[in-house]
Design a protein around this ligand. Structure first.
Ligand code: C2E
Ligand code: CA
Ligand code: CA
Length: 513
């Protein structure tokens, strides 16, 4: 088949489109999965932060209760009763590691060191006067400690939480998210280190949550690349599915392109290589059998397939719109080949050229016809455009403008294959048709049965009433020829008078007539 050959340049772009079509669903799928993973991680860190705040609030509730119980003792002597009360809170309250009393900003009694201990208090160390995240105390230096302070005038009671509980919570609440506890300018990491630098921002799913009850906040988040790691771990099946859809889309795109664009491209190539050439078939007068014109029939001189019949490629050329430049080329070749022999033609020699509905969408055909006629001296030839009745055109403004302009040029219009379509009388008048070409199938009926002959007679009669010229095509026998001539058919065309021929052979035959 001539329409399956493809050129190398087209192949490269085709592979590129195939590749892009395959990659598109994969890329789109990955974007959606990435978005989904990001959202899941964000929800997870938010949940982690919420849980951490719940835990720390719970711990601080215990320090608050301990401090509240001890506050009335502040200012009282640090005797064995007071020391017992201090130690009792440490043993009774979960998370509470040490308790202390102070009077007028001076610590004087503690659950540690056997009781008496002197140390000045700087309220500025405490966020809003209540919480201080410190890096150890004299008993356990370098171990984080969170101190809660409850003040009432000169009295104050302190209760502290060991860093061990804090880091445990930071480490265990989530297996995936990283957590930080921030109290004022200090923050504690999961390794138990207290920092006073800027709080780090987590690159993935960072979430900041402030406690509504105590003066601290937590930050949860994940390290860089966590979204991809999550996707790798969670979505292997979806990735396989994406790859499958990618391959499927690629194959489909490849197949569709091959199916739709390869033949069109081949036509385009052939047009560029001037492979579409005109053949000429004589049209004779019904009364004298004198050669009065010809029909130009397109042939494809294919480099590998040889001469290709028009019904194998014209439908595709119409479909792709290439028929317009192909007809233009045919008109130019016809003018160039016939013009040198035009003096042998009878005056007004008919040159029939087939056009399609595609030609009636704009006025370009007018210029093509004007160019064609300019190759001959005026009156030497009559250009007849044959429009098949099988694909009738819409009576649009453009179409009527086109037909008016063509008539002004002296171009005539014939309805081809007449009798096979459904054109109404109104339609024939609308477009100012000049000729009807009776379809071969009706000519073939001559000599068959009475009913078929009746249809043929009606068409001939109708054309007479409408004052239209009539051409019969497919005349193969003298019986058909005589019948048509006897019924007043103006022009005859068929193998009886001559087959479609290349120009030089056509001119030779014309001379012998
Ligand atoms: P068509 O316009 O009806 O052309 C007449 C067809 O009948 C031609 O076939 C011609 O060779 C054939 N024919 C002529 N006399 C006889 C006969 O006595 N017996 C038989 N059996 N056939 C006869 P062809 O050349 O194969 O063209 C087929 C169709 O292709 C044409 O039908 C026309 O519709 C289309 N075509 C040909 N050239 C062009 C063109 O340049 N442009 C367009 N748009 N269509 C074209
Ligand atoms: Ca025709
Ligand atoms: Ca026909």
């Amino acid at each position: 088949m001539p329409l399956t050959v493809t050129g190398p340049r087209k192949r490269a772009t085709r592979y590129l489109i195939t590749l892009l079509s395959g990659l598109l669903p994969i890329a789109l799928g990955v974007v959606i999965l990435h978005w989904q993973a990001e959202r899941t991680l964000q929800l997870s860190t938010a949940q982690t932060a919420r849980e951490a705040v719940r835990q720390f609030d719970l711990m601080l509730d215990n320090t608050y209760l301990a401090a509240q119980a001890l506050l009335p003792l502040a200012g009282q002597p640090c005797d064995s009763g007071a020391q017992l009360a201090l130690r009792e809170q440490v043993t009774r309250r979960p998370f509470v590691r040490a308790t202390t009393l102070s009077w007028k900003k001076n610590i004087y009694c503690t659950s540690l060191f056997g009781g008496n201990y002197e140390s000045a208090v700087n309220p500025d160390d405490y966020v809003e006067g209540t919480l201080w995240l410190m890096n150890g105390n004299p008993v356990t230096p370098d171990t984080a400690l969170l101190v809660y302070r409850l003040v009432d005038g000169d009295k104050a009671a302190f209760a502290s939480i060991d860093g061990y509980h804090l880091t445990n919570a930071l480490r265990l609440i989530s297996r995936y998210a990283h957590l930080i506890l921030q109290v004022g300018p200090n923050w504690l990491d999961a390794e138990g280190k207290v920092h006073d630098s800027q709080v780090p921002q987590f690159p993935v799913a960072h979430h900041h949550r402030v406690s509504s009850r105590y003066h601290y906040s937590v930050d949860a988040g994940m390290p860089a690349g966590e979204v991809w790691r999550y996707m790798e771990a969670r979505y292997p099946a979806l990735f396989s599915l994406l790859a499958f859809f990618g391959v499927l889309a690629g194959v489909l795109a490849h197949w569709l392109q091959k199916r739709s664009s390869a033949p069109t491209h081949e036509l385009q190539r052939a047009l560029g290589a001037n492979e579409f050439i005109p053949y000429f078939q004589p049209v004779v007068r019904g009364d004298t059998r004198q050669w009065a014109g010809c029909e130009v029939l397109m042939r494809w001189q294919h480099p590998k397939e040889g001469l290709v019949r028009p019904d194998l490629f014209i439908p595709l050329a119409e479909h792709s719109g290439l028929i317009v430049p192909m007809t233009r080329s045919l008109l130019r070749q016809t003018a160039a080949q016939l013009a040198p022999h035009a003096e042998r033609f009878s005056p007004g020699f008919h040159v029939g050229v087939n056009i399609t509905a595609r030609h009636c969408q704009d006025l370009a055909l007018v210029d093509d016809c004007r160019e064609f006629l300019a190759a001959f001296t005026p009156g030497q030839v009559t250009l007849v455009l044959e429009l098949t009745e099988r694909e009738l055109i819409e009576p649009t403004d453009i179409a009527s403008q086109l037909f008016d302009a063509l008539h002004e040029l002296g171009v005539m219009i014939a309805i081809d294959d007449f009798g096979t379509g459904h054109s109404s009388l109104g339609y024939l008048r609308n477009f100012n048709v000049d000729y009807l070409k009776i379809d071969q199938s009706f000519v073939a009926m001559i000599g068959a049965d009475a009913l078929s002959r009746h249809i043929l007679d009606s068409i001939i009669e109708l054309s007479g009433k409408l004052d239209l010229g009539i051409v019969a095509e497919g005349v193969e026998t003298t019986e058909q020829c005589e019948y048509l001539a006897a019924h007043g058919v103006d022009f005859l065309q068929g193998y009886l008078f001559g087959r479609p021929l290349p120009c030089d052979e056509f001119i030779k035959s014309l001379s012998s007539h």
